[in-house]
Design a protein around this ligand. Sequence first.
Ligand code: 9PG
Length: 476
Amino acid sequence: MRVSLGKMEVALEADSLEPGEGGFRLWGKEVRIFPPFQAQAFFRHGWQSWSLAAWVALGKAPRPLLPEARRPQADDPFLLESGAWWGSGVGALKGPEGGVLLLGALDLGARVRGEEGLLLGRYAEGSGAWFLAYGEEEAVFAAYARHLPRQLSGKPPRVWCSWYSLYTGISESLLLTILDEIREYPFEVFQVDDGWQRALGDWEPNERFPRGMAFLAEAIRERGLRPGLWLAPFLVTADSPLYRERPDWVLRDGEGRPIPAGFNWGKPLFALDSGKEEVVDFAVGLVRKALAWGYGYLKLDFLYAAALPGAGGEGRYREAMGRIRQAAGEAYLLLCGAPVLASLGLADGLRVGPDVAPYWDNEDRSLWLSDPTGPGLRNALRTSLHRLWLLDNVHVDPDVAYFRTRFNLLRPEEMRLQEGLAHLTAFKATSDPPSWLLPEERARLRAFLSQDPPVRRLGPYRFQVGEEVLDYARVL
Ligand code: 9PG
């Protein structure tokens, strides 16, 4: 078959096709598109929030991650293990004149491979629909995004999040102190991150929260803020009571061995089997519990654990998350570590990159382990910048901005890039306690929260944000 995309004729193989808005719709388990140009670059879209999204050079094969870095929390294992360039759900080739040929799945569980003369799309199971377009980069991604689910609930929130300053060292008394410190700043959400729970799977407050989570939520609300809470509903560790009590809930391989679902906090992580109805009931119950405590903003994290192949993949993830969405009602759901395309329409906010950190890059990990998903500002900016085309589908969360120079190795111009990205997405968050800030840093934080400077795209990696021109080229 041949189709005419603008002025370009493209040969392709698919079961069927028809013209659609901004391009063509194709159908097939596997579709092949043959660009009439020699592509130089491939848009490689990682599976979940933390996975790499970027243009990569087709001349070079993907650098295999060293085994230490080939962790299930980095990406779809299939993508990590392949010697070819594959992406999750969507892929694109850039022609010599800069024109972009995009192939994007319209159903779940698809991968796209890029070669100099081929774009190949394949559904892991069954068959499905595809979108094909050619044109200017921004236009073709926007056209694809219009075919995907969307749910936009007003403006993104302004969040104080405990993670990137206190990490797991949070306590009721420390958070109450910070609540007082931020009184003068126009935050909307005060989000308690990881560190409040007894264990993964044991979602009760630990000894550092002596008056309980409902008490803390009430204290947050009294200060006019919306209480936010971090949960990882589908994770468990071997030292958690849940692991002993419900061994049948742990996702296992054919031999009955627990499937590794990552490594963090110095121990292996395991997934709860979202394919089991009881596990989804448990996750829904957990969300209900947090809502009953008074938390109206939930950061649901490590969600890829509910979308692993053994549990039923993205299809099962969407069923499980659909039930959570329903139980959550009007509460704000920020999904993190989440399969990106499969989360659209269910998430209010979606983390679109790896974690920021108070440094630019950890070269031990990014260079020597070839891992682009570790914490660091460069990795976070790179992937988030390549997912801005989702801005009309979901609140795009590029992670927190830093204002502090204390406990921070970032240069001011690096911090500006993250601050600018927050203005671009309108999702404004920080973890800096005002008491850590110098007077001029406090003023900057206040301005960040209270002003919405006009943003204009000057080029793929150049933006005008208010008076400033921000150039993200050094991120690439
Ligand atoms: C809490 C944090 C914060 C953060 C989340 C998530 O091992 N890993 O690859 C890994 C990736 C991200 C991560 C933790 C571990 O951070 O993105 O905002 O909530 O959990 O533990």
